[in-house]
Design a protein around this ligand. Structure first.
Ligand code: ACO
Length: 315
């Protein structure tokens, strides 16, 4: 993806320490070598063997204590905390939590849920953020859409059924990601639906309208409009017919889907039928942690480490 060169350049400008809990996975090891050699990040490869070394015992004990304190109200025992802290995924999350790493990248081996759950439970949301969601960077083959073909989509990974307030939070967080990671000077956010500006009436449409109003109040200066169909959001001629006078319609560069089913299906249609390139990051965590697909390439891991480092710099 073209955007990746810009993201890597930003990462090189302020080198961050990124922990890789799948530290004996061959693609991850290769990617760590590349980011270190290119000055994109300082990678920390974690393995159960490295965590168990005598010189790391006091750090392991400290993480087990901190994890116990964090989760005891949820029923975690001291013994269970010690066992979890020795797991590289949890140890890595504790490094981010305690400020010993700037970010984390995982998922070449673990499933999305197995990486997301400890991130949500340990790293938790950033101050002022209500929820964690995802942003997809999508490079379309059609350069007139978005910013020279680049669009940011949400939420295609995390929240199955966001309510209006959660959807508003996702919209504002995604605009922030569009600025910080993609360098968008003016995010223009379309709140997507099957209706454009009252063309249909349904409780699902009401949710999108309500979310748009809440997002307006959360970020009064943000260009955001809804409800809009995808064609009204992207195509000027359709926007002129369906959403005349909208500050966003026909030129949206951030697309917010009403729920996870539409978002996940939507990005996969663009990718598989439209030939778009896609890349996802999580947003809203107190420290950036990002998930890989288990089918990822070495390049995908390098790119995700670079994006995580840029998110760490923007925090
Ligand atoms: N933001 C912040 N915190 C959250 C969020 C969120 N969006 N969702 C859950 N949490 C917190 C909960 O409050 C809870 O915290 P606590 O334990 O301190 O009280 C903790 O996370 C666990 O929450 P649960 O609801 O018990 O966790 P659950 O098992 O439901 O998992 C998960 C949460 C993994 C995010 C779930 O919603 C999920 O599976 N989402 C879909 C993931 C997925 O399959 N995506 C599609 C595939 S990925 C792709 O195609 C690229």
């Amino acid at each position: 993806m073209k955007i990746m060169e810009k993201i890597k350049a930003k990462a090189r400008a302020s080198v961050k320490r990124i922990v890789l809990p799948e530290g004996d996975e061959p693609r991850t090891v290769e990617a760590a070598g590349i980011v270190a050699a290119e000055g994109v990040a300082e990678p920390v490869l974690l393995t159960p063997g490295a965590i168990a070394r005598p010189e790391n015992k006091s750090r392991l004990d400290a993480y087990a204590d901190a994890l116990y304190e964090l989760r005891k109200a949820k029923g975690l025992t001291r013994e269970a905390a010690a066992a979890l802290a020795a797991d590289p995924m949890y140890y890595g999350m504790m490094m981010v939590k305690e400020g010993d790493a700037d970010g984390l990248v995982s998922g070449a081996v673990h499933s999305t849920g197995d990486m997301l759950r400890p991130a949500l439970q340990i790293v938790k949301t950033a101050p002022g953020m209500k929820l964690v969601s995802s942003a997809f960077l999508l490079e379309s083959r059609v350069a007139e859409f978005g910013e020279d073909g680049l669009l940011v989509l949400a939420d295609c990974v995390v929240n199955p059924c966001p309510d209006a307030e959660e959807l508003a939070n996702i919209a504002v967080a995604t605009a922030d990601t569009a600025r910080a990671l993609c360098g968008f000077g003016e995010p223009r956010v379309a709140m997507l639906s099957f209706s454009s500006k009252g063309s249909a009436e349904h409780p699902l449409v009401d949710k999108v309208r309500k979310a748009t109003a809440i997002a307006h109040s959360l970020a009064p200066d943000l260009l955001i409009d809804g409800e809009l169909q995808l064609d009204a959001a992207l195509v000027p001629d359709v926007a002129a017919l369906k959403a005349k006078g909208s500050p966003v319609a026909g030129r949206a560069n951030v697309l917010v889907f009403p729920d996870l089913q539409s978002g996940n299906i939507g990005y996969k249609i663009a990718q598989r039928l439209g030939g778009a390139s896609c890349f996802a990051v999580l947003q809203g965590l107190a420290g950036p942690c990002n998930d890989l697909s288990r089918g990822c390439s070495v390049d995908d891991i390098v790119n995700t480490i670079a994006a995580t480092a840029v998110q760490a710099g923007a925090a």
